[in-house]
Write a protein that binds this ligand. Structure first.
Ligand code: ZN
Length: 239
């Protein structure tokens, strides 16, 4: 039995996480539907206050309607992963450490209140702009299960205590070609866990992926026995 479970564990040796940020309403609904076609859970990271009327857009790449916690609860109940992507999308490296901590705590507070079943200690915090500092990372590691920031796209396969997840992203134009090439390269390389930070679909957000491309990609990848497509939190739960 041990031999069998070890085999099952190592059979899926390329884990891929497409980590969708910013929570655009139309894109999130469509992303969830595409993942569901293949029996997969999407990884959707949302800004705690972006649905509020007084939210000020961080830049032009946020100028689309975002979902609210009613939608996030619905998608979560359908098996998708909804994780924090900041309080108000400020760059935490451009403020004091105390302010950065306060911003993260306000974000987690809103998730605690609004997202059914949310548990900060089991969550993956996704930094806005993938911007973090060693000081913030060290403290945040005591508040959440793991966090995602900028760095190499390929991470070690999930292991106990893995706190720091790194990713790449691409933009501001359409990312289909870059994403496809990144995944092809990854699949030719040694086993590991690829985390690619995506945003909206089609015409929404910074560096969008086409919905048709995403559909074909998941169709292709889900047929490969050694590939597993997982949201970040679920990947860590596999340990
Ligand atoms: Zn973002």
């Amino acid at each position: 039995m041990i031999g069998q479970s070890l085999f099952a564990c190592f059979e899926k040796r390329h884990i891929i996480t497409l980590s969708f940020d910013d929570g655009f309403e139309k894109s999130s609904i469509k992303t969830a539907e595409i993942f569901e076609k293949y029996g997969l859970s999407a990884c959707i990271n949302v800004i705690a206050t972006a649905h509020l009327n007084n939210f000020s857009l961080p830049n032009e790449y946020h100028a689309w309607k975002v979902g609210d916690f009613q939608l996030w609860n619905e998608l979560k109940s359908r098996g998708h992963e909804i994780m924090p992507h900041s309080y108000n999308h400020q760059n935490l490296t451009e403020m004091s450490f105390e302010e950065a901590k306060g911003s993260i705590l306000k974000c987690l507070d809103i998730f605690n209140t609004e997202l059914i079943g949310f548990n900060a200690k089991e969550s993956v915090y996704n930094f806005a702009y993938n911007a973090s500092s060693p000081e913030i990372e060290e403290w945040l590691g005591t508040q959440v299960k793991a966090f995602r920031t900028g760095g190499p796209a390929v991470n070690a396969l999930p292991y106990p205590g893995q706190k720091k997840l790194t990713c790449i992203s691409h933009g501001p134009e359409n990312i289909d070609q870059h994403l496809g090439e990144t995944i092809d390269q990854f699949l030719e390389g040694p086993w590991g866990w690829l985390i690619y930070n995506t945003h909206g679909l089609d015409d929404e957000g910074w560096g969008p992926v086409s919905s048709v491309f995403l559909d074909e990609l998941l169709n292709r990848l889900s047929a490969i026995k050694t590939v597993e497509i997982l949201p970040a939190g679920k990947a860590l739960d596999k340990i």
